[in-house]
Each structure stands twice: as structure tokens, then as C-alpha cells.
Write a protein that binds this ligand. Sequence first.
Ligand SMILES: Nc1nc2c(c(=O)[nH]1)N[C@H]1C(S)=C(S)[C@@H](COP(=O)(O)OP(=O)(O)OC[C@H]3O[C@@H](n4cnc5c(=O)[nH]c(N)nc54)[C@H](O)[C@@H]3O)O[C@H]1N2
Ligand SMILES: Nc1nc2c(c(=O)[nH]1)N[C@H]1C(S)=C(S)[C@@H](COP(=O)(O)OP(=O)(O)OC[C@H]3O[C@@H](n4cnc5c(=O)[nH]c(N)nc54)[C@H](O)[C@@H]3O)O[C@H]1N2
Ligand code: SF4
Ligand SMILES: [Mo]
Length: 683
Amino acid sequence: MSSFTQEKDGIFPSVCSLDCPDQCGLLVHKKDGKIVKVVGDPNHPVTKGNICNKVRNMAARLYDDKRLEYPLKRVGEKGEGKFERISWEEAIETITSRWKSLIDLDGPESIIPYSFYGNMGYLTAEGMDRRFFHRLGASQLDRAVCQAAGSEGYKYTMGGSFGVDPDDTVESKLIIFWGVNAVSTNMHQIVLAQKAKKAGAKIIVIDVHKNQTGRMADWFIPILPGTDSALALGMMHILFAENLVDEDFLKEYTVGYEELRQHVVQYDPVTVSGITGVPVDDLYKLTRMYGETAPAFIRIGNGLQHHDNGGMTIRSIACLPAVTGQWLHKGGGALKSNSGYLAHNTFAMQRPDLMKNKQTRTINMNAIGEALLQEENPIKSMYVYGSNPAVIAPSSNKVKAGLEREDLFLVVHDLFLTETAQYADIVLPSTSSYENTDFYGSYWHNFFHLQQPVIEAYGESKSNFEVFKLLAAGMEYTESTFNESEAEVITNALNHPSNPYIDHITYEKLVENEYMKANIKPLLPGKLHTPSGKIELYSEKMVEDGYPALPTYMPIVNDGDAQFLFVPGPNHNFLNSTFSNNEKHIKLEKQPKLHMNQNDAEKYGVEDGDMVRIWNHRGECELTAAVGDNVLQGVLVSQGLWADQPGTKQIVNALTPDRIADMGGGATFFSGRVNMEKAKALV
Ligand SMILES: Nc1nc2c(c(=O)[nH]1)N[C@H]1C(S)=C(S)[C@@H](COP(=O)(O)OP(=O)(O)OC[C@H]3O[C@@H](n4cnc5c(=O)[nH]c(N)nc54)[C@H](O)[C@@H]3O)O[C@H]1N2
Ligand SMILES: Nc1nc2c(c(=O)[nH]1)N[C@H]1C(S)=C(S)[C@@H](COP(=O)(O)OP(=O)(O)OC[C@H]3O[C@@H](n4cnc5c(=O)[nH]c(N)nc54)[C@H](O)[C@@H]3O)O[C@H]1N2
Ligand code: SF4
Ligand SMILES: [Mo]
């Protein structure tokens, strides 16, 4: 237990636990044992005291009346939301006795965890939980909802999640925000870009929606959804044709540039313009700016890989800085994710060796609805933590039908009675990150952070780490691994001989320093983790894996003949569905809007502010029309993973496809189509 919890008043260091690349250093203000204010830590080397509104309003969430205080068991129908208080002993006993009989009758594969990064702490999100489910032999979950396709695509080109150090991007002279809504989702990259701009840099945003990020750009380039790979290839066509490539770099550091040179001939400006909706003149202008400016930096977003072709899209864009030799310029190159620099010993932490049935099945979380409805070898119990699948998973009507199954024993561990928890048989209250010991690693700025508990656990709530220890005891697992302390697990996780970037970081040093940066060096010159050790413009590995060897535009899958492509992304004031149940955050966001082009609105008799209904064969939704010129014709964009309030239909995932993307088992949230009409007035 940290000494911070014993002090009733004061200011204590902390780190933001949310699934956000910035991972801000925080200062938590306490009065009478409670958090009264959360602010940025001005001494933090990257985030420098600036934090977002979401977390500035965190205290309201932590002490929200709706926060869960004790375990509950269901007394009403599934989904009715009627629960009764029970003790932790009864909760653990109910869960473990049910699981023991399921293991006897149906085998351990009938049980599945479902989790994501509601709290990014490694102990919370991938520590004792992984050990427990490995030991149990549960079905494995492929956690592919977020960055999977793009990470795989980037890896084929660059060998892993390694990119530019964001600190260096202040030196960039051209910054392209490509499919990333950074004003909302990576605000400190914007701060750095503004600095670069003061020193003369130009900022370009390529997006399907002229949102906050597009509005701050020097040049906003609208593009049709799912066509970015064609744009990147069209740029390469012009770069080679106009000799804006760096021949020396290509020879020294890449594989397959001659093949690429031939291959991109087919992606001529007229063809590419026809695919992407980017005018030919703009294509030339963009490419010449990119080819003639160094250092040029591309911040590659997650939005653009939530498509059927997401992996190949990122693979293609990742070739651009190689073609122009940007990696040798400080502040030049690209950044999709930097998580490779903070790779730690996941084997020691997650202990996959505890798994006895190595052949246990794996279920992709993007198809959880389908999996819950499958009759053969059915899932009989699901344990949800750090995630809210009823709202965030694609094709949510299927998910809902699965959660409603009478014979599904559902346990949900959360801070709130989420939409998912409404269907639970047992609900367990979770601590917030401010109540735990944990360690964090940013996938953007390359720092590890240590969180020590700042306040006592709220009510009877417990951390994931503690609950999985209780469950292990309840299952009578005797391995010493289930007795390890937080400090022991962190110590072993940081001992990772194959990652030289973190050699100098230990648990003790983190206690002393709060945060420490990986010892990163420029990627090149150096050997990459690709099979050749070079940047692979041509990839044999891709051929082995069943893909074209060269970056190739592949259109998104035909999703039926509804009129509009539908892109339902995240919003500014929520973090996925987190905060969608907190009054302050809802007030800031007002209501869920549907952005559409003026011409489409006219065609469908819709005016700004009207309620519109959108639907397809998967479901329907009602949102408020925002009419303007910030999306292209034929495209509808919504923002935010809103939960339903009584009388609303605003769960956008009711409409999204649960198809799996081209790589990494990724999600395809943004490759669906919908119809639109003005909603009928309520009578
Ligand atoms: N405020 C806030 N911050 C967040 C989150 C949040 O919910 N709210 N979520 C966090 C999480 S988990 C993640 S993964 C990241 C996600 O953050 P980002 O990486 O920014 O990804 P998205 O916001 O999903 O999409 C980014 C942009 O891509 C655009 N886009 C969609 N399809 C296409 C396309 O085909 N081409 C192009 N060029 N653009 C396209 C969208 O319009 C959007 O503006 O943000 C994290 N930070
Ligand atoms: N339509 C559409 N759908 C999307 C996306 C999109 O852009 N559009 N984005 C996708 C992406 S990128 C992501 S990452 C996913 C995110 O989906 P989720 O990971 O499900 O994210 P959240 O909705 O934030 O839910 C996290 C939950 O964890 C809980 N929680 C927080 N801390 C703890 C803890 O310590 N212990 C436990 N047990 N619970 C805790 C929170 O209260 C919250 O209910 O959504 C995906 N869904
Ligand atoms: S959500 Fe992101 S920007 Fe906001 S405080 Fe957390 S890490 Fe910082
Ligand atoms: Mo995500």
C-alpha cells in the first residue's frame, strides 16, 4: 500500500489510465481523503501539464452516484437491470462453483474472457487475468478491436511498431495527419505540430471528415472512405515519375524498390483521382510538397485501418517515407504506434505456459455476437472486464441477442452498471486506476509510468488484479504465480533481455522517478525487425501469408446497396463508451450528430437539426443531422459511442459490419453502408 492513500490531503503524482496515446502525467489533488481535482503534471517532459477536458472532469466520474460499490446478483430478467447486493464471498463462490460445473460438463473452452483496455495498466489489462484464464484453459480471445489490422500492415513494411520519437516532430517541416483526429485523440501531437508550424512547417490533414483536426490544418484533403491505399500508391507513382525519390536511400535501406517502381505505373493520377475523389491537381500538389520537403512526418491514425482493407492501407502509407528517404532526417518518417520500444516480458507476466490445453480455440472479439449465438460448442459463460461490448462491438444487435441468452452465465466487472452489465448474472465493482498499483507504457511517447494508489478503494470495489487472485483461490489453484504481489509482477515484466531500449528501467527506479523513457535511437541507420532487416517495399513474407508482395489497392468489400458509406468514429468528450454515462461529459458533447453533405441533405429533404433515421439489414439508429460541407457526398459520419437512454436509438454499432479486415483479425467499423431518411415525428 502506498503512503499516498494514508494522507488525507495533498497533491500526488499519477498517470492517465485511459486508452489514449498521450498517457499524460497527472497531479491528483486530495481533500479529506477524496480526489477533488485532476490536473496535468507541468513537469512531465512530454505532456507538460496539459490534459484533456475528459480527465479534468474525472472527479465527477469517480464519485458519480451511479458508481458501483458492492457486488450484485441479478434478480430480474436478463437486461432488465434488477439486481440485489451480495457479498464478495457469495459472488466468488457463485462464479467459481458455476465454472467448476461448466468445466466438468462442457469443458473449459465453454468459458471465455472478454476484455479490452478500459484501464491501460498492464497488471489490470493483461496480468493476473491472463494467468488465470490460461490456467483455467478458457477459450482465448483475440483482442483485435483497435489497432490490429494497421499494426500488422505497418509491420510488413517496417518490422514492428517503431516510428518517429514524437519529441523530434517539432523539427518537421511538413506534417501529415492521415486518418487521425488528433485534436481529440492525440492532443499533444497537435501541440508539437503547432510548435513545428511556428518554425515554418505546413500541416496537412487527410480525412473523410473535416472535424476539429481538419479545421486546424493549412490544407485539408477530403478523401472517400477506404481508398487511402490508392492515394499512397498514386503519390508513389508521381514520386518515381518526377524523380522525387531518394535513390541512395532506396538502395541502402529498402528491399524491392525496382519492383515498386514498375508496380506503381498503373496508379496514374487520373485512375487514383477516380478512386479517391482527390482531384488530379491536388494529387500532384500533395505529392510535390511531400517529395520536396524534409523532414516530412506522417502521423498515421487508427481510423483509416478500421476498414476491410485497413492492413494494406497502412502497409502502403508506411512505404512513403522510405521512397523519399525521410527516415534519415530527424523528425522525418512516420508514426503509427511506438509500442515496440516499450516491449516488456509478457511471457513472465501472462504465463501462457500455465495453459494445459494448448489447442484451445481462439475467438475474435470483433465477431463476439456471432460467437455467442453459435450453437455448436457454445460459449456458456463470459467474463467481461475493462470493456463494454454491448456498445463498442460491431453488429451490436447480434451481441445483444447473445447477451440475452438464458443459458449464458455472464459476469461483468466494471466501475459502472454498463449496458453490458445490465445483462449480467453477477456484477463486480471495480476500483479506478487511482486506487491501484500498476505500470503503464505509452504507445506514442515511449515513457513507462508507475501508478501508486492515491486513494482508498471506493466502497467494496476491487482491482482486476485482486479479483483474479480471489477467483484463483476459489478455483483452488495452488500455483505460486497467483500469490505474487504487484511489485513482483512489475519487476519481472521489466526484465526483458531482448528489448535493449528498456535495459535501464526497473521497478525500483520507477518508484523513484515515477516515469522513465525508453532509450530510443533513430531507426536508421540500423537493422529493422523485418526478415531482411530493411524496409520491405516488396515482401516475401506477405506472399507466404497470402497477400500481394507489393502494396496494392484493394477496394472495401461490397456491403450491399444502401446509399451511404457510414463512418461512426469516436468523439471528443468520451473515451470510446467511457464517460458516455457521465452527465458532465454528455453535456459537453450535447447529442450524437450525423454529419452529411448539404447536397445529400437536400436530396433527402433533411435540414440541419432534424432527427434522421439510418438503417441497414443489421439495425437502425436515430441521430441529429448536422448538414454542411465537411463530408463528401455519399458519406455519413457520426462521432461517439453513445449508450442508449430511455427512448433513444443511438448505438451506432447496431449498423456496423462484423466482417474481419484483411490483416490481424482487425475490425471494419467504417466499411458499412446505411440508408437514411428523416425520422418520423414521435406521436
Ligand atoms: N477523445 C477521444 N480520444 C480517444 C478516443 C476516444 O474515444 N475519444 N479513443 C482512443 C482510442 S481507443 C483510439 S484507437 C484512438 C483512435 O483515434 P484515431 O487514431 O484518431 O482514430 P479515429 O478517431 O477512429 O479515426 C480518425 C479519423 O479517421 C477518419 N477516417 C475514417 N475512415 C477514413 C478513411 O478511410 N480515410 C481517411 N483518410 N480517414 C478516415 C475519421 O473521420 C477520423 O477523423 O483514439 C484514442 N483517443
Ligand atoms: N463504431 C465504433 N466502434 C468502436 C470504435 C469506433 O471508432 N467506432 N472504436 C473501437 C476501438 S478503437 C476500441 S479500442 C474499442 C474500445 O472499447 P472498450 O475497450 O470496451 O472501451 P470503453 O467503452 O472505454 O469501455 C471500457 C470499460 O472498462 C471499464 N473500466 C475502466 N477501468 C477498469 C478497471 O480497472 N477494471 C475493470 N474491470 N473495468 C474498468 C470502464 O468503466 C468501461 O466501462 O471500441 C471499438 N468500437
Ligand atoms: S485521455 Fe489522453 S489527453 Fe486526456 S488526460 Fe488521458 S492521456 Fe491525457
Ligand atoms: Mo482503440
